[in-house]
Design a protein around this ligand. Structure first.
Ligand code: NDP
Length: 247
């Protein structure tokens, strides 16, 4: 394994690691040698099994980010140096109908929990004078408006903003803070879109790479952003979208 990309001797926490993009990120980090904690509100047994069969052991943590402060105590003396905030939800309603309850649920999980999880992690690293890396999972809707997803778009624009703010504040402490903006990735999240032939055709026509993204496409990018090769990369929102935004 090249030292440039090795994550050996690192402990990583990945949120929403039971499925989809989070699962692929956990597997990718473990593949580079990190000891990964798969954090989710449901069992991450499938991810632990995938890591066990590919490369080694991982740990599981049950945690529900509907409480934005759920992570306040989890980093104390636990030895983490890498954090990937991936857990997220979407509520599809137009702007006229979007309820306050759905707005609050999306903002709490996708933005407030991400900030306060970063805060708990950063406080611990700064106190221990330990370097580290944070990767937040943003979206094309960190750059674009989208349609019928008001709370989601606000949350993902917010992730781009706090990623840059934290990068500024914590660069002097050796903590990099970046985000990945996935394009259209084949997960549970996009099952309904992929199941609609007309919508699916429109999306595919718009993607220069000519295919849906795979969770592994995001896993590899997250592993890079956590690695020594990316120590001078901070404050970026890196789109991994098969060329969508280049169009
Ligand atoms: P999934 O719905 O498959 O995964 C979402 C993950 O977040 C699941 O593990 C889910 O757990 C977890 N999660 C949601 N709410 C909570 C909570 N309150 N506490 C703990 N975990 C929670 O979708 P994806 O893998 O596609 O999404 C992962 C991330 O990528 C999200 O942030 C999403 O916004 C982002 N993204 C995805 C894109 C795509 O095309 N797929 C495009 C752009 C961004 P559970 O299984 O229990 O619900």
């Amino acid at each position: 394994m090249s030292g440039l990309f090795s994550l050996e001797r690192h402990r990583a926490l990945v949120t929403g690691a039971n499925t989809g993009i989070g699962q692929a990120i956990a597997v990718a980090l473990a593949g580079q040698g990190a000891r990964v904690t798969c954090a989710g509100r449901r069992s991450c047994a499938e991810t632990l099994a995938a890591i066990a069969s590919a490369c080694g052991q991982a740990d599981e943590m049950l945690i529900d980010f509907a409480d934005p402060l759920a992570a306040r105590d989890i980093f104390a003396d636990a030895g983490y140096s890498l954090l990937v905030n991936n857990a997220g939800i979407i509520r599809r309603e137009d702007a006229v109908s979007h309820s306050e309850a759905d707005w609050d649920a999306v903002i709490d999980t996708n933005l407030k929990a991400v900030f306060f999880t970063c805060q708990a992690f950063g406080r611990e690293l700064i106190a221990r004078k330990q370097e580290g890396a944070i990767v937040n999972i943003a979206s094309l809707l960190s750059f674009q408006g989208g349609i019928r997803v008001p709370g989601y778009t606000a949350s993902k624009h917010g992730i781009a903003g706090i990623t840059k703010l934290l990068a500024n504040e914590w660069a002097p402490h050796g903590i990099t803070v970046n985000a990945i903006a996935p394009g259209y990735i084949a997960t549970n999240n996009t099952e309904a879109l992929r199941g609609d032939p007309e919508r699916s055709r429109q999306i595919l026509e718009r993607i220069p790479a000519g295919r849906w993204g795979r969770p592994e496409d995001i896993g590899g990018t997250a592993a890079y952003l956590c690695s020594p090769a990316a120590r001078y990369v901070t404050g970026t929102v890196l789109n991994v979208d098969g060329g969508w935004l280049a169009r």
